[in-house]
Design a protein around this ligand. Structure first.
Ligand code: SF4
Length: 340
């Protein structure tokens, strides 16, 4: 756990740097976390050093639920801002810190509360379903949140004659539309710049070069539709194509009989998969699929967060209560695991 880490960052934002993730760093992080009565949570897309120092690593929803049930009075959420907000929504009386509040998300930013209100006004009576990658303000305007694992079940739970507004991810929306066969579902044209960059031709090329490999695909990927198409036309055996949330990928890694797995999601995921099944050769479909926002949580940022109690995440109580209701409905409908 040594070495200098080179990080790509969102334009104009300089990440906190100058600290090496070595044994002394790890010791100080652990000591400060104990002193603050803090639990350290890391998303699957964090750099390996952050994943390894965390008390828990996982997908956004699993981490938020750990945040709510943990005895710790402080949550340090190593992920992007909407994830820390979700932890705050589920645990409003705890102190929630994110090591760098500038770590945003292009998908969550693709729809604002005001835009959603306007969309709702155009479709009175429609049920709003939002993926968990949304801000607290958007969740507060939402009827039911969903994860990539339960998006199809959530939409199926809505009476067939009622219109559905699905946001913000167009690829997950297309997946849900195909699976449910509904034509009264309207899909917001949002996307994650990282996942949208993993495209069909790249996947087809990798699949052809690795004919025995399983394909683990996150439904936000631009290639998810192509993967189903390839399976449908027989280029790839349907059993090899697995559309999975990041949490479900870890379970699938333990269960697969394949010796090679092609992974279509953010490259940070590979670290957890290799830990779960070291004997399998996991290969990224696109090695450049790295989320610059996730990588803003540097060893220096984590240390600063613990030393200074920064950056604290706030969600006003009324927004939090409305947002929590939409998250609660999601948990009540079927498989709650998953999320990004
Ligand atoms: S990978 Fe995409 S969806 Fe995930 S945090 Fe980064 S920008 Fe957002």
């Amino acid at each position: 756990m040594t070495g200098t880490i080179t990080l790509e960052t969102p334009e104009g934002l300089t990440p906190y740097g100058g600290v090496e993730a070595n044994a002394a760093w790890a010791e100080e992080v652990r000591a400060l976390a104990r002193k603050r009565d803090a639990v350290l949570l890391a998303h699957n897309y964090q750099i390996p050093e952050i994943q390894d120092i965390a008390d828990f690593t996982g997908d956004s929803l699993a981490l938020s639920r750990i945040a709510a049930s943990s005895d710790a009075s402080t949550i340090v959420f190593c992920g992007v801002h909407f994830m820390a907000e979700t932890a705050k929504i589920l645990a409003p009386h705890k102190t929630v810190l994110i090591p760098d509040a500038r770590a945003g998300c292009s998908l969550a930013d693709s729809i604002t509360g005001a835009q959603l209100r306007e969309w709702k006004a155009q479709h009175p009576g429609a049920v709003v379903v939002s993926y968990v990658n949304t801000t607290a303000e958007v969740k507060a305007e939402t009827d039911i949140c969903c994860t990539s694992s339960n998006a199809v079940d959530v939409v199926r739970s809505i009476p067939a004659d009622q219109e559905v507004l699905f946001c913000p991810d167009q690829f997950l929306g297309a997946h849900v539309k195909r699976e449910t066969g509904r034509d009264n579902i309207h899909i917001w044209a949002g996307e994650c710049h990282v996942h949208a960059g993993i495209n069909g031709p790249e996947l087809a090329e990798r699949a052809a070069a690795n004919p025995d490999a399983d394909l683990f695909i996150h439904p936000e990927c631009g290639c998810a539709t192509s993967a189903l198409y390839l399976a449908g036309e027989g280029t790839v055996a349907p059993a090899r194509v697995k559309i999975l949330s990041t949490g479900d990928m870890v379970t699938a890694a333990r269960d697969t009989k394949a010796s090679t797995v092609l992974v279509a999601t953010e490259i940070g995921m590979i670290h957890q998969l290799r830990k779960a099944a070291p004997e399998i050769d996991f290969r990224a479909v696109n090695e450049r699929a790295s989320c610059r926002y996730m990588k803003m949580i540097t060893p220096a940022a984590l240390l600063r967060s613990l030393r200074e109690g920064a950056d604290e995440v706030h969600v006003d109580l009324e927004t939090a209560a409305r947002a929590k209701a939409s998250v609660q409905r999601m948990i009540e409908i079927g498989k709650p695991g998953g999320g990004e």
